[in-house]
Design a protein around this ligand. Structure first.
Ligand SMILES: [Zn+2]
Length: 62
């Protein structure tokens, strides 16, 4: 019982350590993308920028 609890806790701690840098990266990318969109919101390339950002953020769309 105790061993199982320790293992689960170790896994949670390890997941948190791995998740934090990823969340920071996503937050930075989101802020940068928002600024980029605001700068080029009136340009046709905004669509391509959003598409590129989606792939950069690891979201597959096709
Ligand atoms: Zn795509």
């Amino acid at each position: 019982m105790t061993a199982t609890t320790d293992t689960t806790r170790d896994r949670i701690d390890d997941a948190l350590v791995r998740l934090t840098p990823a969340q920071v990266t996503i937050a930075v990318l989101t802020i940068a993308a928002l600024g980029f969109v605001l700068l080029f919101a009136q340009e046709p390339m905004v669509h391509d920028s959003l598409h590129t950002f989606r792939h950069a953020a690891g979201i597959t769309c096709h």
